[in-house]
Every structure is written in structure tokens, then in C-alpha cells.
Design a protein around this ligand. Sequence first.
Ligand code: GAL
Length: 424
Amino acid sequence: MHRFRKLLTLALALTLVLAAVGSASKTVQAQAVSGKLEIYSWWAGDEGPALEALLKLYNQKYPDVKVTNATVTGGSGVAARAVLKTRMLGGNPPDSFQVHAGQELTGTWVVANRMQPLTSLYASEGWTTKFPKDVIDLLTYKGDIWSVPVDIHRSNVFWYLPSKLKDLGVTMPKTWDEFLTQCPIIKAKGVTPLAMGENWTSIQLFENVLLANLGVDNYRSLWAGKMLWTDQKVKDAWTQFGKVLDCTNSDAASLTWQQASDLVINGKAAYNLMGDWAAGYYTTTKKLAPGTDFGWAAAPGTDGVFIMLSDSFGLPKNIKDTDATMAWLKLLGSVEGQDVFNPLKGSIAARNDSDLTKYNVYSKSAAADFQKDKIVGSLAHGAVAPESFTNDFATVMSVFVGGGHDIDLATAAAAQLTIDSQAK
Ligand code: GAL
């Protein structure tokens, strides 16, 4: 009996220890860290809540670190990247900055020798199997991993209000041709068929029309430099893109992506093509219910494909406070950090072991699609081309949009940019 009681006590103690270990692996155990931490991103205002929630969590764990949330507003980071460049080149890097996984990270800051590798952090945190291989590949250059992804966004989504489509007598188009057939019908009712915003949102629209025209393999070949911009299939994509542009609002160039989303929310436009930060805007900012107040579908001609992009943060060289920054990177790579950030942001966790019960019906559908779809990278959001290409492509786009849709000029210019960026 005595022995039995002893065994029971031992088993109980073991259960308690195991439970403690189990919960410890889900939450990041804070060690004493002090100093300063400057986080740099373009997530301000309407885009801010997810980052603010993550920083609040950091603050609870590391109350002795003084955190600065440095932001330069502007969708897709066009303005933030320009300021970042000045800071990096001027020897004043933030402790950690938002950078898209893929060429924007590796082809820009890593090749310029401005970042520190994080391969050993991945090993010590056991992360190499916790993030999808596609994502790790985007963060890898010459055998090292260079940043920590906080989210996965999808950039090929059409957003609409089901009630508005019903009024208009249309249903979500499956192809761009079908959309172009709906376009005059919707226009005739005084509604903009497709809401669009500033330059980068037209690049995002273009990558979608391009994918729909080329298919997955050719889309990949184009970014791998194997398919030429002057290929007839690419020219056909530009032709169709020109027709789609004719179905957008005339003030697009002066609207932010949130203002373009508002056109749908206010019933002034039927659809908006936007990355799924729009889901964060609809739900977190506008308090709309996914699936009932607003609907979504893969952009025309892209069903079964997931155009992905991922926001990540890295460790620049010559920063002031490495301990506070490493604590930040550990938190944003943890399940706990990712599941605080992503449900507010509209994205899914980059990790493959996040707790989906914390996510809404849109994000659950995105997570399911990410598992079953073919994955390709986004041009507009830094996955498939380096910053030098993307910046110059913005000029090609603004000439195309504003200057009579000249297909030969656009394809010749893009072909030249590819050659230039390969030479760099
Ligand atoms: C993307 C970024 C998203 C979101 C969006 C709009 O480039 O990856 O997280 O911020 O821009 O600004």
C-alpha cells in the first residue's frame, strides 16, 4: 500500500512536470532582457492593430525593454522602403524591419551584405520543420536563412458584398473574360465594376491577370528568366489587362488600398482585387462579418493557385541592441506571437502548427487553400523580383496605365528591366 502511494505521488508529480513542459513550449519563456528596440514597418493607422497587439505581448514579456514602433505609412511599403534605404545606407538601421520574404530580402539587403544570418536561431528554436519549405526557401540565400516570417498573405483575392452582387444580378466571375462580359452591365447601373487604388495595386492586379493568362508553369518561368517578356502569351496578358483597367474607377491613382476597399463597402464598386489584409480591414477596422457581410473568391482564372507573400523581420548588421532584437524575433516566430498577430491582420500564420480555432472563416479557408493550392510568389510584394526591378516596374506600370495602354512599350521596357536586374 505504502509503495502504491509512493508510485501514485511520483506519477502525479510527473504529470505536473509534463503539463508544465507542454505549456512552456506553447508560450515564449521570457528571460531578463533590457535596452531599446526599434521596430520599423509600414503598419500604421488602419494597418496597425496586429503589430500593436504583438508589441503589447512583447512588452508584457520584456517590460524592461523600451520599444519604439517606428512606422512610415503607405500601402505595400512603397514609402517605407525608400526611407529604409536612406537609413540602411546611412549606417542607421532600425533594430528590425519589415521586409517581404523572397527577392526583396535576399536579392536586396542580403546580397548587399547588410543582414546577419539567422540559421542558428532556426536550429535552436526548432523552426526548420515548423515553417513550410516554400517559405524557408524564400528566406534562404547561399545556405543561410535571413529573416523570420510573421505571416502569409494571399494577393489573388476578389472581395465583394454578396448583397450588392445580388442587386446587380451578377455572380462572382470565374474568368477574366467573364468579368469583361459583366463589366458593361455593371457600369450601366452606375457602379464601378472593379475598384482599384494607387500604382502598386495596379501591379497587383497585373500579376493576377498575368497568372491567369500564363498558368502556373509559365508564370514561374517568367520570373526565373526562362520565359521572355516579349512572348506572345505575355503580350496577350497585357492586352487583357488593358481591358480590365477600363473597368476600374478613374480616380484610382489617388486612392489608398483602404479607400479602394471602401468603394466596395459603400456599394460604389462591385469588386476589389486585394491581398487579404483587406480581410483584416473588413473585420478588424470595419467590424464586418466574413461570409455574410462580405464575400471573397480566388481572382478570376486563378482558382487552385495561391499567390503568396510573407512579411518577415530580420537582424540587420550594426544594430544597437541585439538581445532585445533576438527576443523580438523569437516571439514573432513563436506560435503564441503568430496567433496574436495574424487573426487581426487577415493573414494566416507562417508556421504550420498555429491554432486555427483563433481564426475567422476567411482565414480558415485561406489556410485550407494554402495546403491544397499551387503556390506562386507575388511581384507586387517582393517575392519574385528584387527591389530594383519592382521600383522600375512601377514606372512601366504608371506609363501603361496613364499612357494609352502601349503593350509593345511595356513588354520591351520590362524585358530590359529583367536584363538590368540580372546584371546587378
Ligand atoms: C503588403 C504587406 C501586407 C500589407 C499590404 C498593404 O506589402 O505585405 O502586410 O501591409 O502590403 O499595405
